[in-house]
Design a protein around this ligand. Structure first.
Ligand code: SF4
Ligand code: ZN
Ligand code: ZN
Length: 392
């Protein structure tokens, strides 16, 4: 006898919900999935009637399902939202060009306006050119920092009120683990928020999938036959996030509620009074919000444009010091330019009295902190397959 759906008790169950472990039929799964997202949107007051909302669209499963579900809920519950697709073209041949084709098809399928912004137009550098310059290290650091700003710039040019991103529960739990491991209190406090950047200077970002399991997004896309792109980026996969992900999967195998438990624990954490937190100000160069004199994107760009690609990779306080040194280095008197110190463009042979010689340099080789990989919205491929135990 076939297993019946635990909700309607009528139709045959087609999958076990990864979130609850209960057997459900296809229609009840769709209904429960959409209702939970609607509930998240309502409870957290993510949107107001009449708002223009840009959906960060990469062509991947998360943003494709987000666009589909937001459009469905907007019509079903009459949210009164004006929805747009906003895509960033990082300039990654063989990856982003293909995924953008998916977004263009989604635009037709969902009948939503689309805006595409490229790194090349915004920064004068494509990711392909950046990787050519910096090599296959720290690629995601550059890409993540530039994407965050690009999304904001795109949203501003569209005049939107909010940006909706496809960050799901697994992403949030991974970010909490990463921030705990790094001891990054400021980000740890921010990363569980369902609305971020809602200070007067920024466009708020919302995460309607904050409590939605990645496996359920995959199942929804699979059963609905949504058109999405699932190839992995050709550049460095985010190794640090990969470790956090693997750790979470191991925990999940022992305790199925791990993801939601970690999110709830993260939400309960609070920073002790008196702990010094970074103060948000504006970048002196581009005016973008920053907790330092210059925003990370400007520092990274400065490094690229000056042929010092490692400038900006590392802790921001040190990075600002480095940037100041680079800008001051014009007054260097040293003549021997044949062997340069990698940080300051100063010859290795420069006398130790040379004001431009970096304190970080020993024999011309700068020491760097391990790269701080930005919490970025990356296309993870749909490796998380729905196992036999979940598809009935
Ligand atoms: Fe950019 Fe993501 Fe590729 Fe890293 S993995 S380079 S963040 S698209
Ligand atoms: Zn049912
Ligand atoms: Zn800047």
């Amino acid at each position: 006898m076939p297993l019946l759906c635990s909700i309607c008790k009528d139709k045959r169950a087609l999958l076990k919900r990864p979130k609850t472990g209960t057997p459900v039929c296809k229609d009840c799964f769709y209904w429960a999935f959409e209702c939970e997202i609607h509930h998240t949107i309502q409870t957290a007051n993510l949107f107001k009637r009449g708002e223009k909302v840009a959906i960060g669209a990469s062509g991947g499963k998360d943003s494709t399902v987000l666009a589909y579900v937001l459009k469905t809920l907007n019509e079903r519950y009459d949210y009164g939202l004006n929805l747009f697709l906003l895509s960033i073209d990082e300039g990654i041949t063989g990856y982003r060009d293909d995924s953008l084709e998916t977004v263009k098809r989604n635009q037709q399928q969902y009948d939503l306006p689309l805006k595409v912004l490229s790194y090349q137009d915004l920064y004068g550098w494509s990711m392909d050119a950046i990787v050519k310059q910096i090599g296959r290290k720290n690629n995601c650091t550059f890409c993540g920092v530039f994407r965050r700003q690009a999304l904001d710039r795109g949203a501003m040019s569209l005049g939107v009120d909010k940006i909706a991103t496809g960050h799901n529960a697994d992403d949030v739990a991974e970010t909490i683990i990463m921030n705990i491991l790094r001891g990054d209190i400021a980000r740890l406090q921010r990363c569980t928020a369902i609305i971020t950047g809602d200070d007067p200077s920024g466009i708020p970002r919302v995460k309607p999938f904050k409590y939605t399991y990645e496996k359920e997004i995959v199942a929804y896309a699979y059963f609905k036959k949504l058109d999405y792109f699932s190839t992995e980026c050709i550049y460095a996969p985010n190794a640090y996030r990969g470790h956090a992900r693997a750790y979470l999967k191991d925990l999940e195998a022992i305790r199925s509620s791990t993801i939601i438990d970690i999110i709830h624990s993260g939400e309960m954490m609070s920073v002790k009074e008196g702990v010094k937190m970074p103060v948000q100000t504006k970048c002196k160069k581009c005016g973008y919000i920053s907790s330092n004199e210059f925003c990370k994107a400007c520092v990274l760009l400065e490094g690229l444009n000056k042929g010092l690609p490692r400038l900006g990779v590392g802790k921001t306080s040190k990075v600002n010091q480095q940037l100041k040194q680079v800008n001051d280095s014009k007054s260097c008197e040293c003549q021997n330019k044949s062997t340069k110190c990698c940080l300051n463009n100063v010859p290795k042979t420069a006398p130790s009295s040379c004001p431009n010689r970096s304190k970080n340099c020993e024999n011309g080789d700068a020491k760097f902190d391990s790269p701080s990989v930005k919490d970025n919205q990356m296309d993870k491929t749909t490796k998380i397959c729905l196992t036999n135990s979940e598809i009935l």
